[in-house]
Design a protein around this ligand. Structure first.
Ligand code: 13P
Length: 370
């Protein structure tokens, strides 16, 4: 007998995926590992303790207005078991706001022998029991980050890295769906390097196509996933970077997705990948404007699943001080609202930055890990 997802499970997955891709809403990625959040805490002189991480996430999730702009939040395992000051679990706090709790399930990167320091993502072995447990705890979607890098002289990404990462993503997606959890499929082509926008497009097209092919091989239900790709941009150290404007980025991104991603996928939720908050918003808005102008129009919701590009100004304002929570939340809401407008192609560049704002500051971190 061939194993198949039951009709019930298929319906539930589609419902969750559509809810996450609700018009005008996006996802907040707040699943930084302890070491990654530790690096942010060092910059604001906050000690990296369990309690400080709880206080920080309470700042992020506590304001009721986030429900207008956010359909889901990706959590770290530690946060699932934490509560706010009133004793309410963060998962319940989010669900009460109609926000879907999600969970990062990958266990980071390991090196691939015989490559130029390329990586594969680990965490498949016990993924099924973990997903079953996460479902019981209220999570309805998951994230798994696969990373590819461009190094033209070093021959990356290699065919091995493309194939192995696509397979990993597909096996992960299949296990999640079996457990009624919508997988966010994230093939991230890093912006590290001095490559051109054209090179990023060429590589991303290969990577996205290989990822979709692997998903089909693993019988993944396309209506029950979300894609989380990079935008098509020049590398961080590319000489002519300043010359890439939002229109070029938007056009190349839309073209690459139109060539590779089936219309059955309900939503494409971009990562910000080190762009400044403002850049990530302007580019998302342009992608949506171009997507609705071309013929045929783009068939998916095109929205955001940002980590750094939603949080960086807010965390700087917060700085671990309870008195700053209100102001930090104002900044967070400002960025969420800006991206909500951008996901509808309606963001006016510059309209969400103030003179003191850090929103135009680059969020680039070399060899960024989550
Ligand atoms: P950035 O938006 O900070 O790139 O991260 C999003 C994310 O979840 C990467 O896995």
């Amino acid at each position: 007998m061939t194993l198949m997802l039951s009709k019930n499970i298929q319906d539930e997955l589609q419902q969750t995926a559509r809810l996450l891709a609700t018009n005008g809403k996006g996802i907040l990625a707040a699943d930084e590992s302890m070491s990654t959040i530790g690096k942010k805490f060092v910059q604001i002189a906050v000690e990296n303790t369990k309690e400080n991480r709880r206080l920080y996430r309470q700042m992020l999730f506590g304001d009721d207005r986030i429900r207008e702009f956010i359909s889901g939040v990706i959590l770290h395992d530690e946060t699932l078991y934490q509560k706010d000051d009133n004793g309410k679990g963060f998962v319940d706090l989010l669900r009460e706001k109609n926000i879907v709790p999600g969970i990062k399930v990958d266990r980071g990167l390991v090196l691939l022998m015989g490559t130029n320091n390329e990586t594969n993502t680990q965490g498949l072995d016990d993924l099924k029991p973990r997903c079953e447990e996460y479902y019981k705890l209220g999570c309805r979607f998951a994230k798994w980050r696969a990373v590819l890098k461009i190094d033209e002289h070093g021959g990356s990404p290699s065919q091995l890295a493309i194939v192995e990462n696509a397979r990993g993503l597909a096996r992960y997606a299949s296990i999640c769906q079996e457990c009624r959890i919508v997988p966010i499929v994230e093939p991230e082509v890093l912006s590290d390097g001095n490559h051109s926008l054209e090179k990023c497009q060429q590589v991303s097209q290969k990577v996205f196509a290989a990822t979709i092919a692997a998903l089909h091989e693993h019988n993944v239900l396309m209506e029950g996933i979300l894609l989380k790709p990079n935008m098509i941009t020049a590398g961080h150290d590319f000489n002519g970077k300043a010359e890439n404007n939002a229109e070029e980025i938007g056009m190349a991104t839309v073209m690459t997705l139109m060539r590779t991603i089936p219309p059955a996928v309900p939503g494409i939720m971009f990562l910000s990948g080190g762009q400044s908050e403002e850049e990530a918003t302007v580019n998302l808005s342009m992608i949506n404007q171009i997507g609705s102008k071309i013929k045929p129009q783009t068939p998916w919701k095109l929205s955001f699943s940002y980590g750094r590009a939603l949080q960086n100004s807010a965390i700087t304002i917060w700085a671990g001080n309870v008195e700053n929570v209100g102001k930090a939340r104002e900044e967070l809401i400002r960025r969420m609202k800006a991206n909500s407008l951008a996901s509808q192609g309606r963001y006016m560049p510059g309209s969400s930055t103030t003179t003191s704002s850090t929103a135009t500051k680059s969020n680039y971190v070399a060899k960024h890990v989550y």
